[in-house]
Every structure is written in structure tokens, then in C-alpha cells.
Design a protein around this ligand. Structure first.
Ligand code: AMP
Ligand code: GLY
Length: 424
């Protein structure tokens, strides 16, 4: 029998997941909780917040929901997967214990140290005095990270000792990232190209998806503030077959094994944020979920039915299915509101020309007087798939010219670094 399912979350990543799931012949209806108005053609949006565990549970029970996909980190870290599973609703997304791999940087760093998984050297601190003592002597530049979730912003790269001291104080004393900063990690500054590898895992088998490259900074040339991500390309040209093989052996399998040994079996999408250093690939961060906007570049390349994969993960039979990706290239350009990520205005009408070639994934859109208007910092992402990266980039920027809203702001160099890397 066809299933009614829920997808938790409301951004571009969730829209990409929903568009992929919509193709499944096994799904009857998709509800997005809360979703956003840009997804209305693909799902029914229900005004229940992604962190409202009881609200989600009640909705799932009263609507005979046959499967739940939990996309954002907060509900996973809060234990939404556990609650739904206990209620007999199959889920895609890790348990609270497994989500700690993203929920606590101290936990993930200690895990990597214990199991010999390559990562930046570090020290963890729960007291401001000892952290300040340490930054007097540590190598500079250094990296100061809040332990908990901080909307992807809890990382400060300190170029000088004074900056390191300031970072420690602002996180631990001024609590700029709230309670996330009660504990911190101070780690070695690494350099090298960054690669995102999202993977499907049921705790026994791990299947990496096609690699990708995020563009985190607000402005061209990787300048400006860190954002939730201004665009992504897939695959990532730095991630060669040799490196992939090495990552599988040194990072992916050891991580899955380590989580099992700790009694924290991970089932869902495990995101490896990697840096390819001169001393080999190292883990910069783990996320317990799909990346945003990487998902908007990766899922359009997935040829296997996403719902089939998610069910196999949930039921622990990932080894029995084959997962195929196209060997084409994808480029997602994010269009944001001017002023993002700091301050921006909302409520501008969004219009799309008819001849757009790519997929538009909405992140911040709502309805006003029956019209679609901007309602967030990141408004949407547009993804094109083509035989070459160059073509995919060109097509996505052609589409950007056909999407209109006041105060639109986007990077003009998504894919540029990847194109240069291809030529090396
Ligand atoms: P995260 O939130 O952990 O992904 O960190 C945000 C960004 O900070 C990463 O994408 C890197 O560009 C940078 N970063 C994090 N840790 C390090 C490190 N140890 N060395 C250099 N850059 C880092
Ligand atoms: N694109 C980075 C993240 O999703 O955390």
C-alpha cells in the first residue's frame, strides 16, 4: 500500500529531499512540517515547527503516517527519531545518542581520538581560565569551536593570540552562541581543499554519495561572513578515486565501527566534512544529517529511488540494495536576500520566468495575498545538471537571471574554484 509520509524541516535541503521522494511510486502523500510556501506544489505544508517533538508525534499518529524523514539537526539531537520509533513510526534519521556526533564537538573529537580517526589535534575545555592559559601557548592561527549546535556558526578562526583570547571569552563568558558554548574545543588550524561527503548508513554498511563542495562565505572569492551556504557543486574535483578509497578505509568505516562500539549505532545520513591536507584527509566536522546546500546538488544526481534507500537504511538492509549516481555534474546557486546573513528585509514578491531549465528549491518563501514572497535570508537555490561542470554552472546562472525578487543577492563565482581544480 502507498504511504503517507512526513518530512521534518522547511529549507532548501528539505525541498530537494521532497522533490526526490515525490518520484517514488510507493509514496501517496508528502507532508512538510513546517515546510515553506515554495514547496506547496510538491507537498502539503503543516504549521508544526521542526523542534516541536510532541506536535510532530501527534500529527504522525493522527494522520496514519507510514514513514518520517527528519532532516535538520536540532530535532535529531533532541531525540525526535527515538520518539517516533517508539511510537512505531519508521524513521530516516539517527537516534539522539547517535546524533551526538554533531550535537557535541567534544564528543566527536574524543571519539576520533579514541579510535584513531584523522582529525585536527585539539584540547577540550569546560573552564574559561584553563582555556585562556592554553591560548597563551598554543600554535597560531588556531580554531575555537563551541561544543554544541550553533546554526553552523560556532567556529572562530583566530589569526592572532589576541583574537584567540577574544574568541574564548566571547564564546564562554559572553555566550555569543548561548549554552552551546559552555564547553569548547580549541584545535589545530588545518589547510587544504574542503570536501563534503554525505553518506547513507544503516550502522553496518556505509554508502558515500557523490562528493560535493559547499561555498560557505557570503561573498565572491570566499570573502565575507560565514553563511548557511551560498551554493554547491557535485562532484568535487579534489575528491579523486584514490582519496575516496582512503577515506573509506581511514574515516568512513572506522567512524561507523566506533559509533557501534560506543553503543550509538548511526542510521541515517552521516555527513563527513573533510579537509584534504598535505598529511592526508582529515575530518573537520561530522553532521548527523544531509548538508544544506550540498543536498540540492547531490540528490539531483541520485538515480536510485530515494525512498527505497531511506527504507533500507531504516530497516538495516542497506547492503542488499544498489545505489547509483549519475556521472553528470550539478551546480546549485543560492539566491539570498540582500544583507544576509546579518540583516535583511522580507516580503518581496518572487517571480520565475517560464523557461527556467533547472530545479528551484525554496528555502525562505511564504504566501502573501496569494503571491509567493521572500521570507528568509536564503530564499531559494537553483540547480542544473549537465554533462560538464562548466555547463551546469552556466545553466544555473542563466536561471538566476530568470528569477526575480527585490534585493536579491547571490555569489557570482559558485563552481569557479571547482572548475580551476579540474584543470590542475
Ligand atoms: P564547521 O562549522 O566545523 O564546518 O567549520 C566551519 C568552517 O571553518 C569549515 O568549513 C572550515 O572552513 C573552517 N574550519 C573548521 N575547523 C577548521 C580547522 N581545524 N582548520 C581550518 N579551518 C577550519
Ligand atoms: N553545508 C554545511 C552544512 O550543512 O552544515
Amino acid at each position: 500500500m502507498k504511504k503517507d509520509i512526513i518530512v521534518i524541516g522547511g529549507g532548501g535541503r528539505e525541498h530537494a529531499i521532497i522533490k526526490a521522494l515525490k518520484k517514488s511510486p510507493e509514496i501517496n502523500k508528502i507532508y512538510a512540517l513546517p515546510g515553506n510556501a515554495g514547496m506547496l506544489g510538491d507537498s502539503e505544508c503543516v504549521n508544526i515547527g521542526a523542534k516541536d517533538i510532541n506536535g510532530v508525534l501527534e500529527f504522525a499518529k493522527s494522520h496514519n503516517i507510514g514513514f518520517a524523514v527528519i532532516a535538520p539537526d536540532d530535532p535529531l539531537v533532541l531525540g525526535m527519531a527515538d520518539m517516533l520509533t517508539e511510537a512505531g513510526i519508521p524513521v530516516f534519521g539517527p537516534s539522539k545518542k547517535a546524533a551526538a556526533i554533531e550535537g557535541s564537538k567534544v564528543f566527536s573529537k574524543l571519539l576520533m581520538r579514541k579510535y584513531g580517526i584523522p582529525t585536527a589535534n585539539f584540547r577540550a575545555f569546560s573552564a574559561v581560565d584553563s582555556a585562556l592559559e592554553y591560548v597563551k601557548v598554543c600554535e597560531i592561527p588556531t580554531v575555537v569551536k563551541a561544543d554544541g549546535l550553533a546554526l553552523g556558526k560556532g567556529v572562530i578562526i583566530a589569526e592572532t593570540r589576541e583574537d584567540a583570547e577574544k574568541a574564548v571569552k566571547s564564546i564562554m563568558e559572553d555566550k555569543i552562541f548561548g549554552e552551546s558554548g559552555a564547553n569548547i574545543v580549541i584545535e589545530e588550524f588545518l589547510s587544504g581543499p574542503e570536501v563534503s561527503v554525505l553518506s547513507f548508513t544503516d550502522g553496518n554498511t556505509v554508502v558515500p554519495m557523490v562528493s560535493s563542495m559547499d561555498h560557505k562565505r557570503a561573498l565572491d572569492g570566499d570573502k565575507g561572513q560565514n553563511t548557511g551556504g551560498m551554493g554547491a557543486v557535485a562532484p568535487n574535483p579534489w575528491y579523486t578515486e584514490d582519496i575516496a578509497e582512503r577515506c573509506m578505509r581511514e574515516i568512513f568505516i572506522p567512524t561507523i565501527d566506533a559509533m557501534n562500539r560506543e553503543g550509538r549505532t548511526f542510521k541515517g545520513c552521516l555527513y563527513f566534512g573533510l579537509m584534504l591536507t598535505a598529511n592526508g584527509p582529515k575530518v573537520i566536522e561530522y553532521n548527523c544529517r544531509f548538508g544544506d546546500p550540498e543536498t540540492q546538488a547531490v540528490l539531483p544526481l541520485l538515480e536510485t529511488d530515494l525512498f527505497t534507500v531511506m527504507q533500507a537504511v531504516s530497516e538495516g538492509r542497506l547492503k542488499d540494495i544498489e545505489i547509483k549516481f549519475s556521472d553528470k555534474h550539478a551546480c546549485c546557486v543560492v539566491m539570498a536576500s540582500h544583507g544576509y546573513p546579518v540583516q535583511y528585509e522580507k516580503g518581496f514578491e518572487i517571480s520565475l520566468d517560464k523557461d527556467i531549465t533547472g530545479q528551484v528549491y525554496f528555502a525562505g518563501a511564504s504566501l502573501k495575498d496569494g503571491k509567493l514572497v521572500t521570507s528568509g535570508g536564503r530564499v531559494l537555490g537553483v540547480t542544473n545538471v549537465a554533462e560538464t561542470l562548466e555547463k551546469a554552472v552556466e545553466m544555473s546562472y542563466n536561471d538566476v537571471d530568470k528569477i526575480h525578487f527585490a534585493n536579491a543577492f547571490y555569489r557570482r563565482d559558485i563552481g569557479k574554484k571547482a572548475l580551476a581544480a579540474q584543470e590542475q
